[in-house]
Ligand binder design. Sequence first.
Ligand SMILES: *[C@@H]1O[C@H](CO)[C@@H](O)[C@H](O)[C@H]1NC(C)=O
Ligand SMILES: *[C@@H]1O[C@H](CO)[C@@H](O)[C@H](O)[C@H]1NC(C)=O
Ligand SMILES: *[C@@H]1O[C@H](CO)[C@@H](O)[C@H](O)[C@H]1NC(C)=O
Length: 195
Amino acid sequence: MINAVWAYFWATLCRSHLAEAKWFYGKYVPTVGEYLENACVSVGGPAAMFHAYILLGRTLTKTSIDCFKNGTEIIYWSSLITRLSDDLGTSEAESKRGDVAKSIHCYMVREGITEVQAKQCIKELINYSWKKLNKESAKNSLPRSMVNMSLNMARTAQCIYQHGDGIGTSTGAIKDHLTSLIVKAIPIEETCSMI
Ligand SMILES: *[C@@H]1O[C@H](CO)[C@@H](O)[C@H](O)[C@H]1NC(C)=O
Ligand SMILES: *[C@@H]1O[C@H](CO)[C@@H](O)[C@H](O)[C@H]1NC(C)=O
Ligand SMILES: *[C@@H]1O[C@H](CO)[C@@H](O)[C@H](O)[C@H]1NC(C)=O
C-alpha cells in the first residue's frame, strides 16, 4: 500500500514539473489559475508533507490515508502560501536564469498589470490563503500533527523568503536569523534565573 501512495505522489509531482517544462519550451504564459493549480503540486508541498508524515513515525493505515484525503484543503492552502512566498522571493533571479514564468509574470502578462501591482496581488492572495489555512486548521476532523505540519510549512516558507531568496541567492538575512536563533545567547534578566 505504501508503495502505491508513494508512486502516486511522485507521479503527480513529475507531471507538474513536466507541465512547467512544456510551458517553458512552448513559451506559453499560463493564466494565474492554471499556474497556481500546477504550482501547488510542483512546489513539492503535498509530497513533502506526506514524507514528513511517514518520517514522523506515523504508520500508514487506511485511516491515515483517509486523513490525507480529508486534509487536501489544508495541504493545498499551505502549499499555496509556500509557492507564492517562494515566487515573491525568487522570481527575479529565476526569470534571469530562464526558469518557468512565475505567478508574478503570469499576473503581469495575462492580467495586463505592472510588476508592483502583481506583487501586491500575490501578497493579498497570501493573506487570503492564511485565512483559509487558519479556518481549516480549526477543524476537528484533521489530526493535529497534520495541522501543525501544514502551519509550519507555510510559516517556514514565509520566513525564508521574506527578505528575498533565503536559499538560492541569500542576502545574508537568513544567516542572521539563524545565528541569532542558534548561536547568539538570549540575554536573560537577572530576575528570570532559570531555576
Ligand atoms: C474525515 O472527515 C469526516 C467529516 O469531515 C469525518 O467524519 C471522518 O472521521 C474523517 N476521517 C478521518 C480519517 O479523519
Ligand atoms: C496582509 O495582512 C497583514 C496582517 O493582517 C497586513 O499587515 C498586510 O497589510 C496585509 N497585506 C496585504 C497585501 O493585504
Ligand atoms: C501542535 O502544535 C501545538 C501548538 O504549537 C502543540 O501544543 C501540539 O502539541 C502539537 N501537536 C502535535 C500532535 O504535534
